[in-house]
Structure formats: structure tokens, C-alpha cells
Design a protein around this ligand. Sequence first.
Ligand code: DGL
Length: 283
Amino acid sequence: MTLPHNIKLPTQPGPIGVFDSGYGGLTILRDLRRAIPDADYLYLGDNARAPYGSRSFELVYRFTLDAVTRLFAEGCHLVILACNTASAKALRTIQQNDLGRLDPSRRVLGVIRPTVEALGRISRNGHIGLLGTPGTVASGSYDIEIAKLYPDFTTTARPCPMWVPLVENREADGPGADYFVRKYIDGLMEADPQIDTIILGCTHYPLLIDKIRRYVPDGVTILSQGSIVADSLTDYLRRHPEIDTRITRGGVTGYLTTEQADRFADQAALFMGTPVTAHRVEL
Ligand code: DGL
């Protein structure tokens, strides 16, 4: 979606936009709603084009820019990329090249930086495992951020290309999922048996959490991003009242998807624990 130059974005306050390639960002949205329950939210899942994890830098950037533009046009002044792949491959370019053209007063934030900041409070020995999409792992974004903040830490990363398709095809609880959950966790722990903290570096992965817990060795902390991102956003809004005042406060969440609305609503309702109405949109 490209905004024609003469179209003005709505200026009145609006919901917080939350974007993911599909269902994964719901794991972030759930914690955002717990932390800031009176805010309005607008979730956008690009389910028709998910998974993003194995797509090129250029496509992930283009799709993410489509989504951000759409959420701005829907009235959002703040958009959270609740997607590691988009945060790794598109966030910086959008912040540096596109925001100025779209509206420099709006904000787009990602999930990688707050996750890395939390590591220092959690890891005891500095041996970090990262599980993410092929795109996130190949981008090296986590390694770079971790090396900046904690130069003594060792990061071992493994891509999990089958996990997002399992979630998007609603096979996360099925018996077939065990094979691939175990395979990637075993591979990671064999690469560095000293790992004491594993980052679930894809927002879809908490939807596999029961199985992940089954195969992660005792004593290893599993770090999922929802509550970390929610705490970080709470802090951000406290420090940025000019953004805070541009968020509407009715406690209402809307859902947009690029695939079948009914199917999305069923899955989202299960996960959010409340009835959900979704609308289909084209990007
Ligand atoms: N949930 C996303 C992430 O955090 C993207 C998964 C995908 O579409 O491959 O990386």
C-alpha cells in the first residue's frame, strides 16, 4: 500500500497499532493489554503472506511498510512491530527512510532491543541461545545488539523454519509438532551445552510453549517477549507524553487480517480468551 502524496493521515488520537505476519503478534498483544488495559489497540496480521521468516530482506521490508502505512492510515500514531523478522529486516529502514515522508511525528518500535536489554537481568553465565526464523537468525540482529550491550556474552543461534508453519496451520498442539520442537532445541543445546537462557526470538513461538517447555533442559530460562515488550512500552510512554496523549483510551481492540476473517477470529478468540471480530483487508 503506497499512500498518495496528497492524502493526509488522520491527526486525531488513535489506537496503538500492533503488527505481525500472522498470529504470533497476539502473544505480544495479550501482554500489552494486561500492562496497559485502558489503551485501544488495532492488530494487523498479514496471514495471507505469512510466513515472513524465509522471505528476502526486500520483501519483508515492503510487506512491513505496507502494514505500517495501513495502520497509520487507520489512525495509529504508534505502531509496534510485534514480529522479530520485521524488526530485524525492516524497522531501521522504516525509521530512517520512510517515517520522515509518512509523518515524522509518528513512531514505529520493534521487539529486539527490549528483549536484549532484559538479558542482563536474567542470564547468570552469559551463554545465550537464540531460536528464531531463518530471516531473523541470518540478519544477525540479535548477535549485534547483544554484542553491543553485553560484549562478554556468547550467543548461539539456530533457525526453526518449521515452527511458524505449524502455528499458522494450527498444528501447534498436534503430535507432529513434537518432532520439530525437539529437533531444534536439541540442536541448540548441543551447539552450546552451557546455555542458561533461551530467547524465543519469534512471536509465534510462545504458541508452542507447552511443547518447548517439555524439551528444554531443567534450569534453562525460556525468555518470551510479551511481558518484556509490555514493560518496555509502559516505560516508553511514561518518557514520551507527546506519544502517550495520542493514544485513545477505551480499552477496545480491533483486528485486521489479510486472510479469512472468520478463521482469524476463531484462532484469536481462543488465544485472547475473549470473543473477537476480525475484518479482512488488502494491503
Ligand atoms: N512472528 C514473526 C517473528 O516474530 C514472524 C514469523 C514468520 O512470519 O515467519 O519473527
